[in-house]
Each structure stands twice: as C-alpha cells, then as structure tokens.
Design a protein. Sequence first.
Length: 221
Amino acid sequence: MNTNNHAGIGMTSQRTRDRLISRLEEKGIKNDRVLEAMRMTPRHLFVDEALASRAYEDTALPIGHKQTISQPYVVARMTEAILKDGIPEKVLEIGTGSGYQAAILAAIVKEVYTVERIEPLYQQARRRAMQMGLRNIRFKLSDGSWGWESYAPYDAIVVTAAPKEIPQALIDQLDVNGRLVIPVGKTSEVQDLLLLHKTPDGIQQERLDLVSFVPLIQGGV
Ligand code: SAH
C-alpha cells in the first residue's frame, strides 16, 4: 500500500494530523477554533502528491513557482492573532499560494477573500476549494498590495508574503477595530511578524515573532 496516498491513510492519517496539533499546542497555540480547524483540514491535499507524506511536519514546503505553503505553526499563529476578541466576519488574505491558509480561515470565519498574483497558483487553489466544497472563499488574480477594494472594509487582513513596508491600501481597507497581521522586513531571510490593531484613536502595533516568508512582489500581474 502506498503510504503517501492522497485518500488520507498512512502518513496522512488522522493520528499523524493529531500529532501536528499536539506540536502546535506545545509551541503555544491555545485557540480551540484554530486547533480544530487545523485538525480537520487535510494539509496533504494542498501540496504535490510527492510531498504528501511530509504534509503534517511543522515545516514550509515548496508549491512550485518558487513559492511555499507556510509552516503550520505560522498559519496557526497568524490565525490566532486575528481572533483576539472574537471571530471576524470578513477576512482578506494576500498571497493565496496553495489555498491552505484560506481554507483554515474559511473553517472559522464567514467570508474569506484571497488574492494571488501567479495565475497557475490562483487557478489551482480555486479548483481545490471547489473540490473540497469550500464555498465561502472568493479568489482574485491581482497584485495584493492594492488589497481588494470592492469588498472592503475587512474585519481582518492576513498577509502571507513579505513587503518591505506595509502597503497603505491594506491599512485603508481594514475596518475600525480590525486587525492586520503581516510579515515586514528589508531582507528575504527574516522579517518581523507584525500585528496592527486599527482603533478609533489610531493604529496600535506589536511584534509577534520573527518569520521567514517569500517576498510580496509589487507591481503588475
Ligand atoms: N498563504 C499561502 C502561502 C503563500 S506563499 C498558503 O497557505 O499556501 C506567498 C504567496 O504570495 C505566493 O503564492 C506568492 O505568489 C504570493 N504573492 C507574492 N506577491 C504577491 C502580491 N503582490 N499579490 C498577491 N500575491 C502575492
């Protein structure tokens, strides 16, 4: 029998997935909604079949086009960060990639909007979501540094590629009381994971972690 089987046996079994959840708890993830969404979402279906056996390791994996599916811990950390005082209704994600982070969000919030600039990744993520019956995600092929104006404002925004500076459009499209989580850095090796909170009196900012994301590429698609 093939232990890499996409049907969810062997290395992709529920037990293997549960081990990842225990790891996330050990690393400090506490939010039950996040842990449950990650326990239920089959990450092996978001990577190439050849990598399926590694899908429940806590590591980023290549998804082609020089891009990666984020490390599960980082997905959990970012998702937890936007759930600080309750469940947001409308969330914008920049950098669809495999569609995994969008699927985690879709398991928790009412509406997910996600923007990707590489067409084959956008197409594949859309197809996956359809096959999985995830109907509350809308996909857009565009440069996400402009956000997605037509559905703004958003209760939360999750950016999964790293710009050198926070794009102003994203701050503008965040609702009052909304949260924006974004890796920001001058180098491609390491960035600060920032959490912004838009209050009626202005923007509050805290640093959550050091992370390593692929760059947010601005301009043109
Ligand atoms: N959230 C993804 C991880 C994505 S990796 C997942 O769960 O799999 C970062 C993604 O951001 C890549 O797919 C990359 O193509 C995309 N990206 C980079 N610059 C972008 C931009 N300006 N607008 C939209 N997407 C962008």
